[in-house]
Design a protein around this ligand. Structure first.
Ligand code: COA
Length: 373
């Protein structure tokens, strides 16, 4: 009889295990992040959303002649069929927006009639922002907000998310946050997408699975959880007591910690600066910045755990007038570009992702009839 070979045991949570060679992006323990070879600050401070999406998907920055059709395709495919909104509406007013988006994306697998994988991906990339922006409104029975012709991707998303008029700087900041959310090597949702891609399922199935993984507060849900925490604390002076209570109760503090970044998250640093500048330019109340800064310092002093992107993205979204349940949907609207890059990369040299496990349960049990149990 053939013996099972002893499987390699991966550490819990696959921490420190490489599961793929990638050319898309890389985060490092030293607080570095590169997108296709470019340090994140190079991209975040200089590039536009569409340009970055092109870079992430195609591997290099586009020329003007390449960027125009790419950007146009994003608008051209953004019309969401009424049947999709009907399904979202059917979930009812209390639906979690991520559930509504996942349902919508899942339905696109049957409703969308795109013939090729490339067109399916482009369709998903452009529709995701419309679906995400409407994921709170539509289940409540409100009319969907539509994208407007001639607007850039980030401006379009913002005008669907909130009716509050944003200044040029605020719009620039929103675009930066989207760029920072776009891609992050082997995060839980991108890994999920790669697992689904490895079975040769279509991009809709992979994106729906990615959304499922994004929902949890340890991943995408952290930005909403962080904002609720800021609102609960309210005053910077209450931050130390809040942390003391969280430590006493053994609770995780949302928006802190990361599997890779142990010193600092470069995306959080950029967002902290954007938030500070945004409030400074407004000249009004900067309490939210002071609260986040106080809590960050206190957490570092007590636990040596730095804040992550979600921690500083949340107050930016709040200051832009976006409702809290839409924060994770915004993450999805941007991360779908990263997911599709991972989907494609997985298929270049595909092997079904099917790990092993070590069975530690009982053996050789005898079946007992129901009446004997
Ligand atoms: N609040 C309090 N303690 C935290 C913490 C947090 N946000 N993040 C990590 N820690 C502590 C853990 O309790 C653990 O302590 P221990 O060794 O005494 O048990 C230690 O730091 C290591 O954390 P662990 O959760 O095992 O590390 P990880 O690599 O598995 O976790 C996260 C990464 C992101 C899941 C984790 O930091 C977390 O849950 N953060 C909050 C949710 C969040 O913001 N997610 C968004 C990530 S971008």
């Amino acid at each position: 009889m053939k013996e099972d070979p002893e499987p390699l045991r991966a550490p819990k949570g696959l921490a420190g295990v490489s599961v793929a060679d990638t050319r898309i992006s890389k985060s490092g323990a030293d607080g570095s992040l590169i997108y296709r070879g470019y340090p994140i600050s190079e991209i975040a401070n200089n590039a536009g959303f569409e340009e970055t999406a092109y870079l992430i998907l195609r591997g290099r920055l586009p020329s003007k002649g390449e960027l125009e059709p790419f950007s146009a395709a994003l608008t051209a495919k953004s019309r969401v069929e009424e049947e999709v909104f009907t399904l979202m509406r059917g979930l009812g007013r209390d639906a979690d927006p991520i559930d509504a988006i996942r349902t919508a994306v899942s339905s696109l697998g049957s409703i969308d009639r795109e013939p090729t994988r490339e067109e399916q991906e482009a369709s998903l990339e452009s529709k995701m922002s419309v679906i995400a922006a409407n994921s709170l409104r539509v289940p409540k029975g409100e009319a969907p907000r539509k994208p407007k012709a001639g607007l850039r991707f980030s401006d379009n998303l913002l005008q669907m998310l909130t009716t509050k008029v944003a200044s040029d700087y605020e719009r620039w900041v929103f675009e930066r946050v989207l760029i920072l959310y776009m891609e992050h090597d082997m995060n839980a949702s991108s890994f999920t997408v790669r697992v689904v891609a490895s079975t040769l399922a279509d991009p809709y199935a992979a994106a729906a699975a990615g959304l499922a993984s994004l929902k949890g507060p340890l991943h995408g849900g952290a930005n909403e959880a962080a904002m609720r925490m800021f609102l609960e604390i309210g005053d910077p002076e209450r931050a130390p007591q809040f942390l003391a209570n969280a430590f006493r109760d053994g609770k995780k503090v949302m928006g802190f910690g990361h599997r890779v970044y142990k010193e600092f998250d470069p995306r959080a640093r950029l967002c902290k600066e954007y938030l500070r500048e945004l409030l400074k330019r407004r000249g009004g109340d900067d309490r939210l910045y002071r609260l986040a800064d106080t809590l960050e310092k206190e957490m570092w002093e007590k636990k040596r755990i730095p804040p992550n992107l979600d921690y500083y993205a949340a107050p930016i979204f709040y200051e832009l007038g976006i409702e809290v349940p839409l924060y994770t949907p915004i993450f999805a609207a941007s991360r779908v570009f990263g997911w599709m890059a991972h989907y494609d990369e997985q298929l270049v040299d595909n092997k079904l992702i099917r790990p092993d496990s070590v069975y530690v349960g009982p053996m050789g049990l005898k079946y007992k009839r129901m009446e004997d149990r």
